[in-house]
Design a protein around this ligand. Sequence first.
Ligand code: TRP
Length: 476
Amino acid sequence: MVATAKNTGEGWSSRSAFILAAVGAAVGLGNIWRFPTLAGESGGGAFVIFYIACVFLLGLPLVLSEIFIGRVGQTDAVGSIRRVAGQSNASPAWSIFGGIGAIAAFLILSFYSVVAGWVLYYAGTMGADFIQAILSGDPLRGALAGESRDQIQQRLSDMFASPMLLLVMHLGFMGLTLFIVARGVSSGIEKAATYLMPIFFVLLLGLVIYGAVEGEMGEALTFLFTPDWSKLTPPVMNSALGQALFSLSLGVAGLITYGSYIKEGSGLGSTSAMIAIADTCVALLAGLMIFPIVFAVGLDPAAGPTLVFQTLPFAFQTMPGGALFGFLFFVLILVAAVTSSISLLEVPTAWGIGERGWRRPKSALIFGIGAFVIGIFCLLGYNVWSDVRPLGFWSLFAETDILDTVDGFTGKIMLPLGALLTSLFIGWKADKRLLQTTTGLSPLSFGLFRFLIAWLCPLAVIIILVTGLFPSILGA
Ligand code: TRP
């Protein structure tokens, strides 16, 4: 069956191109920044094991569902859901979750680009430091030689204090994202993924080996894989569930959109499994890259969001080759962030093309600039507007700054809502025969899939939603 996306005629050039792009979308700041942060804060092993269970019982069926919708729909998320609903005698009103998804992706992009801008700045700082190391005739020295720990930590505060610096970095990152998406699916997104993902994997493996040679790999393995079940409290479970959705790029129609560019073939089950497995392996490898280094220097794994920006640069200072590997580390995160941000921009862009009939560059420009502007508000929340609490009237967000409010609102509400509607739609409304032939699952796997998507996913996601909205239920 050959049917290109009706709106643009665009599509992936091969199955492996799709897998690479989807893995690129999944692997991002969520894997390398958020996962180790959460694992560290939550005490390691029990969180990690519960997270893996969430990925395969909850995430994988949702990955398959989103790709299925896109594969059948062959157009933007809203149009695709409408088409599946049409073929399943379900109400076209279900397409509303495609719209919610596009808005969520747009909002996530706005702060994602700001955080990626920090990474860009650190890559530049460490790159300049490495060049200095070469010029000083000692290319294998540690990073940021001669700076005290306080001075290294001060770098982050100094960066936050400068709206101009944050703005320039945000602009640079968003500009790159916009440039790639405006070029289109095969000559933009696919090309970026096919060049960047191999670079990413080489860097990741190199850094894991570096951690194994120079760091405390044994301690890291124990930390990440020895469960202390008493640490698996309800808030920890909640964050593991939410992280599984975020890391697999679920709930905002990202995979519906990417799935709509699959031109032919079925076998969506194995494709989905590869995406989930690759994403999880990268998260675990990121842990095995970061924690040996953290432990080698006797630092605190529970440092929180600043782990990557303050703890690690200090660790790289004390390690041989730290200037070089510190630089490579931030390049690695940057590469991962770009292949994810393009997927975020692609969701609303495809909507503009499919539902509004805009040309691709125009649609990408509108949403890219829109997200850039919202991102400016987010970054000003770190300095001139640090007192602003946009949803301060709502107890859940009473203490949250602008960026964390956008993050929290999308992550705690919109993303689970999108995932819930996806699972209800696929579990209860979508035509079963269409589902089975398109996914190409064996009867046994299909039965399991149907059970997970109709029962386990909605239940688990409702729990995330409710406990996310009313954290007091969890006693947190
Ligand atoms: N999954 C990406 C990460 O881990 C982020 C991301 C890209 C995303 N597209 C998404 C998150 C869609 C939620 C929805 O960094």
